[in-house]
Design a protein around this ligand. Structure first.
Ligand SMILES: [Ca+2]
Length: 419
């Protein structure tokens, strides 16, 4: 008989060995069904019922296949980390529609949820390495998306619409700080506040986040403001990149983009059909290569004064203090359809002969455009989110390359500020 300490250490060693080296067949598919049971083994013939049960039964990299139907609210909370970085992927069975109530990912890591409809999602309390891909949240009253203590989260594709009266996406520090968040290809539209006319509801309120990238996304008919970058409640809002995105109006006539107490903000190659506002030079904001249709000459001059750099932008009125600036009086007619009367047909592609064509920053424009096509086409990069006449198939966004380009601009600004 082994002494108790040695016995215990053998047990621990066996457990560790099991964790580090799961058998080769480990990434087994697990199954969920609205009619399943968590007492089952999560196999095809014996599906389980909840996301949390499937997570526990899954190995790193496992797929969890959801049979069609309504699962109600689902929570992945305080679940033990799996070894390695492979994500457990929750997705519907082919051709099936899956609906959830609220989806909460809380202090749990390495999960992806895709191609479903939910009444909201939240990533909080130290949750990390999460992908939310093609999630639709429409016709809800609470915040559709919520970040609080979230790290390395990517929201890819998907839609948030008809939220009343809360924000579409809300970030705060109530459950920890948020770091490294990417929003790529999201369509946010038609926020209202009929339920509470005094509500302040934005398409995205960033009250706490470090390193947020918003790319290739659409914001149309937001609430009070569009993207609202302003810390509160002990949060900080810093290192923000907004790139290759379309901005329609906020319903109350405020700004499509508001830069308040955020710090180190890069706004590059976006197309706006409504105003943007930089509150003070303290934000160290750069605005480069944007189309600002709907921004008055007065606001533009104020923004130029409050920017670290305001260059290669295009407005309908003259803009004092801007460099490499273009003015096109009938700017609205350069867009295919800048009317936000219908968010679905709002279209900031460029028309032939648009003033933005070949007028962008030759050195620092992103390598791809709103549609993911290579930039530049023709002689030079265009101003705005779309590269007119760019051909070829949509390319996958190259996040690292674009992030490093943004970082280079920021670091050149930091150097200038220091001088
Ligand atoms: Ca071009």
């Amino acid at each position: 008989m082994l002494p108790p300490i040695l016995r215990r250490s053998l047990v621990v060693a066996a457990a560790v060995a099991g964790v580090i080296a799961p058998p080769a067949s480990a990434a087994t598919t697990r199954y969920l069904s609205p009619g399943g049971s968590d007492a089952a083994s999560c196999t095809r013939k014996a599906p389980c019922r909840t996301f949390a049960r499937a997570y526990r039964a899954a190995h790193p990299g496992s797929a969890v296949i959801l049979r069609g139907g309504d699962y109600g609210g689902q929570t992945l909370s305080n679940l033990p980390p799996k070894p390695g970085a492979a994500k457990i992927v929750f997705r519907p069975a082919r051709g099936r529609n899956v609906r959830l109530g609220p989806l909460r990912i809380d202090n749990t890591q390495n999960v992806e949820v895709r191609d479903i409809r939910a009444t909201g999602w939240g990533v909080s309390n130290g949750a990390a390495h999460v992908v939310l891909r093609n999630i639709a949240v429409t016709d809800v009253s609470g915040a559709a998306g919520y970040f609080s203590g979230a790290h390395d989260v990517r929201v890819i594709g998907g839609e948030i619409a008809r939220v009343d009266p809360q924000d579409a996406i809300h970030m705060n520090a109530n459950h920890g700080h948020n770091t490294n968040i990417v929003i790529d290809g999201l369509f946010v539209h038609d926020l209202t506040r009929f339920r509470n006319p005094s509500s302040h509801n934005d398409c995205l309120q960033a009250g706490d986040v470090a390193n947020l990238r918003i790319v290739n996304s659409r914001f149309v008919n937001c609430g009070t403001q569009g993207v609202f970058l302003n810390p509160y409640g002990g949060g900080t809002t810093r290192d923000i990149t907004i790139e290759n995105s379309w901005f329609g109006p906020a319903q109350l006539g405020y700004n499509a983009l508001y830069v308040g107490g955020a710090v180190d903000v890069l706004v590059r190659n976006n197309s706006f059909a409504h105003g943007a506002h930089i509150d003070s030079p303290g934000s160290r904001t750069s605005m480069i290569g944007n189309i600002f249709q709907g921004m008055s000459g007065y606001t533009c001059s104020l923004n130029a004064r409050n920017s670290v750099e305001f260059a290669y932008n295009l407005t309908a009125e003259r803009c004092r203090g801007a460099s490499h600036h273009r003015v096109a009086r009938r700017l609205a007619s350069d867009f295919v359809n800048p009317s936000a009367a219908n968010a679905a047909t709002f279209n900031l592609n460029l028309r032939r002969g648009a003033a933005a064509i070949d007028a962008g920053d030759p050195a620092r424009s992103p390598a791809t455009d709103y549609h993911g096509r290579a930039r530049p086409a023709k002689r030079r990069p265009d101003i705005g989110a779309v590269e007119y006449g760019a051909g070829g198939r949509r390319r996958k966004p190259r996040g690292k390359r674009r992030a490093s380009a943004a970082a280079r601009i920021r670091s050149s600004h930091a150097n200038r500020t220091r001088r």
